[in-house]
Design a protein around this ligand. Sequence first.
Ligand code: NDP
Ligand code: GO6
Length: 312
Amino acid sequence: MAKSKVLVVGGTGYIGRRLVGASLDQGHPTYVLQRPEIGLDIEKLQMLLCFKRRGAQLVEASFSDLRSLVDAVRLVDVVICAMSGTHVRSHNILMQLKLVEAIKEAGNVKRFLPSEFGMDPARMGHAIEPGRVTFDQKMEVRKAIQEAKIPFTYISANCFAGYFVGNLSQMSSLTPPKDTVYLYGDGNVKAVFLDEDDIATYAIKTIDDPRTLNKTVYLRPPENILSQRQLVEMWEKLSGKTLEKRSISAEDFLAPMKGLDYAQQEGVGHFYHIMYEGCLTNFEIGEDAEEASQLYPEVQYTRMNEYLKIFA
Ligand code: NDP
Ligand code: GO6
C-alpha cells in the first residue's frame, strides 16, 4: 500500500516539529503548513526550510483564508494538527474549528488527528478552572469533527518528558533539582511519561492503521508508567546523590492558586489532576480504545532512566 500523504499543521511547534520528522522518517510524503503570519520569525522560517531540505513540501495557507486551507487539505490523505493548547505557550486550540471546516469542505481526508497529545479531554469533565478550558475546547473540536463525519484518531500522549521528567515534575524548572525535591503527596501516584520523539513515532504509526480509525489511542508503554518517587529514584541512581524529599499536601499545593498568573494556574490544575488524582492511570483502557505499545511492539520506546541520563 502506498504511504499516505500527510499535512502537518503547526509544524514548527514543540510537538509539531517532531511529527514532521517522524512522518518523513516513516516515508510519508510530508507537507507542512507555512503560515504567512510567521512574518519575520526567522526561527520558524529556518525550521520550515530545514523540513524542505529533508524532503517536505511547504504549503502556504492562512487560518484567515478558508479557501487556502481547503486547497492545502486537498493535497493530502491525512491531516495532523499540533496547534498550541495552553496559555503557557499561547492559546489557539479553537482555531482548529477552521481546519475542521476546511477538511469537511474538501471531503478527501481519510484521517484527521486534531491537537490533543495530552490527557484525554473526554475524561476531564471535572477538571478545575482555568486548566479545564483546554479540555473543554478540545471536546468542542471533537464534536465538530464527529458532526462532520471526519475520520479521526485522538492521541492521548500523557506527560511529555520535557515538561515532567527532566525536572522530576517540579513546576519551577525544566532540569533536576539540586538538593530538595517536592513530592506530590506521598509521591506514589502513577503517571505515564513519554519522550516527545516517541509520541511522534506512535502518532504517525496510527494514521494508516485501520485499528485506530475513529478511536482514542492512549500512549501507555508499560515501563513508563511510573510514580514521581520512581522518577526520583532513577535520578538518584544516575546522579549518585540523594535528594531531600518534602511532601506537599494537595491542599497546600492548590492554596496559592489565586495569586498565580493564568498560565501557572492552568499548570497547577493539570499537575493536580495528574499527580494527586492519578487521572492518567486511574482507568483501564476499554474496548473502544487502543494502547500504542500493544499496537506497535516494534517501537523501542525510550525508558525514563535513559531519558534522564542527559541531565547527569
Ligand atoms: P506550541 O505552543 O509549540 O504551538 C504549536 C503551533 O501552534 C505553533 O508552532 C503554530 O504553528 C501554531 N499556532 C500558534 N498560534 C497560532 C495561530 N494564531 N494561528 C495558527 N496557528 C497557530 O504547541 P505545543 O506543541 O506545546 O502543543 C501542541 C499540543 O500538545 C496541544 O494540544 C497541547 O495541549 C499538547 N501538549 C501536551 C503536553 C503534555 O505533556 N502532554 C505538553 C505540551 C502540550 P506554526 O508552526 O504554523 O507557527
Ligand atoms: C502541559 C507546565 C509545566 C505548566 C497535558 C506550568 C495539556 C495536557 C499531560 O504547556 O499545563 O513547569 O497532559 O510551570 O493534556 C504545561 C501543560 C506544563 C505545558 C500543563 C500539558 C499536559 C498540557 C510547568 C509549568 C515545568
